[in-house]
Design a protein around this ligand. Structure first.
Ligand code: MOS
Length: 751
């Protein structure tokens, strides 16, 4: 696709923002210290359900340095902004404005805010606020909440209660081999190294600047503008660097609105950083799931006859979220004449569940890919072979072609690199010294999503180019990838390109979610580059000194780095710099837009879906059964890889998060209070360096040019999918014990 002989796309580059990060020059939301900055500290509800019946702020208001104490009694009434992700607006999952009334719906809900000269003074004053509660028994599980059961038809426009063929009959039929089991995944909480934070500054009565840790500057802009009833263009969201998101920073959460409300009250800039512990209550988490999976297959050939996959999950009273485990996995993974999946949501008094890396796919693949392993054991068939005999050549429910699919290559390359052939299928058969060794595998999958974006390019007379879009770099390498795409699309060397993002003043970009940013913004950059070349062409055809004078501009495009011209006619070309110099232009700007397909266009085309294979080796001491993951080989087909170095890091990060999901991560709630008790990084265990011995990512496949001009699908989320199942399958192989509820802690392996 490139006229660049040495295309920057497809090469490994270190992060263009790496130096800023390692020197501390990269500024994150909470590091913007404005003149006159005041500090806020939120009070969180100690009860999970009930009402605030009395408020006493007298001691708090007298505390040193206090500027204001906000409760539901004195917080300005704000409009309830609407969530409109599909329409290019913002995302709210928790939909109640903070401090809007005296109702408490979950433990940890913000119930008051202290604003003071310093952080310590605000925290001290917050502890002096006396609130009296009338507490009611909270519902904490689905069983606690009869009557709240919902079966939503759709999730973000996708049907999530689906039946193809007669699953019940296939499961009842005589003969064949069946698996019919229930899996559980716990509440998991995102722990980006940068907690959420907002610095709010009203620069005029109707003008607001927010430094906000967000994956969606345009979304936050839309929500804040509507909430405070000011024009969108009067709200600026600035967020050049994000210290990890994993979905936690996609929606606009209460603290952002609370910071803006407080800044309006005290008429000074206000900083409200969430503490690590409040990240566990007011910033989303992954709902626990209960997943019932039933599979039936031919006893001889292992061909699936039926797949049933039912999911139960939890939402809060203040919003709605469904974890689409079946719709994202059983819907796409295997060929079967009968496939059925459904989703049930219960409402409980816990913080609002929300998007967390591969929402649906991460817990969904744990269940289905564990069940496939159980089926392989029952059939006495190799787990890779079972997946190959059930390979879906087309979308198994929609019967549509894939744009590209190289999952067979992923299985083959993964098995080779991992040494799968050495595996003795008998459980407890492999040892190293005293340790039990287990090998397990699972399929990974994630859709190729595209959202909407605009991009602007400015080419300067010196041949350098700056690209812009209001997109984000969550630590993923997006700055680098967009610089590479800009350089390739415009036709300049990498060192002559730069990319700006993380600011709502820039052209629109959708949320940095759904692993869609590279595909979406990259497509807009390509469209802007075409427009830029057309502008250069328009200058050239009118320029008497140009070899392109008098030509039809339609025939002109990029022919070599820094040159436009007529393809195949070396004499007919002209340089960017020469053209601009002769035209007396210091710079030339062009815009490009990308809009995703409409539902009809989408349904008429192929399905864009990435696949991969996870291979895991574990070692377990039979006396003290701690699971050590000694090796992971992760092979992904994500189309063309823009930057192998940063893409490998993305897959590695996803796999590591999957190891946490498999072995240690669980947000535990106190039955008495409904509050999480594992709410710091000592009690909530994410993998540390010592837990990660060897993770080797590889890529297979071909560019997916039907998807976008770069041929690239996303790499952000797929890495976590399948990992927990591959670990559980390896644990079964090592020990003969099947653990169906995550995390796989040592107690579950003691007989
Ligand atoms: Mo990701 S959970 O779509 O931010």
């Amino acid at each position: 696709m490139s006229a660049n002989p040495v295309s920057p796309v497809g090469q490994s580059f270190s992060r263009v923002d790496g130096r800023l990060k390692v020197t501390g020059a990269a500024k994150y939301a909470a590091e913007f210290n404005l003149l006159g900055l005041a500090h806020a500290y939120a009070v969180e509800s100690p009860i999970s359900k009930g009402k605030i019946t009395a408020v006493d702020v007298s001691a708090a208001e007298r505390a040193p340095g206090v500027l204001a104490i906000l409760t539901h009694l004195n917080t300005p009434k704000l409009k309830e902004a609407t969530s409109d992700m599909a329409g290019g607006g913002g995302i709210r999952v928790e939909e109640r404005n903070p401090l809007s009334d005296n109702v408490v719906s979950y433990g940890g809900q913000h119930v008051a805010l202290a604003v003071a000269e310093t952080f310590e003074q605000a925290r001290h004053a917050a502890r002096l606020i006396r609130l009296t509660y009338a507490a009611e028994p909270p519902a904490l599980t689905g069983e606690d909440a009869p009557g709240t059961r919902k079966q939503p038809k759709e999730n973000n426009g996708d049907p999530i209660q689906v039946k193809k063929g007669d699953v019940a009959a296939a499961l009842r039929a005589a003969g064949g081999t069946r698996v019919d089991v229930t899996y559980g995944t716990p509440t998991e909480t995102h722990n980006p190294i940068e907690p959420a934070a907002t610095v709010a500054h009203w620069t005029a009565d109707d003008r607001l600047v927010l430094f906000d840790a967000t994956q969606y500057v345009k979304g936050t802009q839309a929500i804040v503008a509507e909430t405070f009833n000011v024009p969108k263009e009067n709200v600026r969201i600035i967020n050049p660097f994000v210290g990890g998101g994993f979905g936690a920073k996609g929606p606009t959460w209460p603290h952002t609105l609370l910071a803006a409300a407080a800044a309006r009250v005290v008429r000074r800039p206000v900083k409200l950083p969430l503490t690590r512990s409040s990240m566990f209550t007011t910033c989303g988490h992954r709902t626990p799931t209960v997943q019932h999976v039933a599979l039936a297959a031919g006893a001889e050939d292992g061909r699936l006859r039926a797949i049933r996959h039912d999911t139960e999950c939890l939402t809060s009273p203040l919003g709605f979220f469904v974890e689409s485990c079946g719709a994202t996995t059983s819907n796409v993974l295997y060929d079967s004449p009968a496939i059925e999946f459904g989703h049930v949501v219960h409402t409980v008094n816990k913080g609002q569940s929300s998007f967390m890396r591969a929402p649906g796919e991460a817990p969904g693949t744990f269940a289905v890919e564990s069940a496939m392993d159980e089926l392989a054991v029952a059939l006495r068939m190799d787990p890779v072979q079972l997946r190959l005999v059930n390979y879906a050549e087309r979308h198994p429910v929609q019967d549509r072609p894939w744009s590209t699919k190289f999952l067979r290559d992923a299985y083959r390359v993964g098995a080779e690199k991992f040494g799968w052939a050495r595996r003795n299928p008998e459980p407890r058969s492999m040892r190293e010294g005293n340790l039990l060794v287990g090998m397990g595998m699972a399929t990974a999958t994630y859709p190729g999503y595209k959202l909407a974006a605009n991009a602007r390019l400015r080419l300067s007379a010196d041949g350098s180019v700056v690209g812009q879009s209001a997109t984000h770099d969550l630590g993923t390498g997006a700055y680098t990838a967009f610089t590479q795409i800009t350089a390739e699309a415009v036709g300049v060397p990498m060192e002559m390109a730069r990319f700006e993002l993380g600011n709502s003043d820039l052209p629109y970009s959708a949320v940095a979610g759904g692993s869609s940013s590279t595909a979406t913004v990259g497509h807009a950059i390509h469209n802007a580059a075409k427009a830029l070349h057309a502008k250069l062409g328009a200058l050239a055809v009118l320029d008497p000194a140009s070899p392109l004078r008098g030509l039809n501009p339609q025939t002109i495009g990029l022919v070599a780095p820094g040159r436009i011209g007529v393809k195949g006619d070396a004499a007919k070309s002209d340089g960017f710099k020469e053209l601009m110099a002769r035209a007396g232009k210091d710079s030339l700007e062009a815009d490009g837009a990308f809009m995703p397909a409409t539902k009809n266009e989408h349904d008429a085309g192929p399905t864009f879906q990435s696949f991969g294979a996870q291979f895991v080796e574990v070692r377990i001491d039979p006396d003290l059964p701690r699971v050590q993951v000694s090796r992971v080989v992760s092979v992904m087909d994500c189309g063309r890889i823009i930057n192998p170095k940063t893409a490998r890091s993305q897959i590695m990060g996803g796999v590591i998060m999957g190891l946490g999901m498999a072995l240690t991560e669980e947000t535990v709630y106190d039955r008495a209070t409904g509050l999480p008790v594992t709410r710091n990084l000592a009690d909530y265990h994410v993998p540390v360096n010592a837990d990660v011995i060897s993770v080797e990512p590889f890529f297979v496949g071909e560019p997916d040019h039907e998807f976008n001009p770069m041929g690239a699908r996303g790499v952000g989320e797929i890495g976590i999918t399948g990992v927990a199942a591959a670990v559980a399958n390896a644990v079964f192989h090592a020990t003969g014990k099947r653990v169906r509820d995550l995390p796989i802690t040592p107690d579950k392996l003691l007989v």
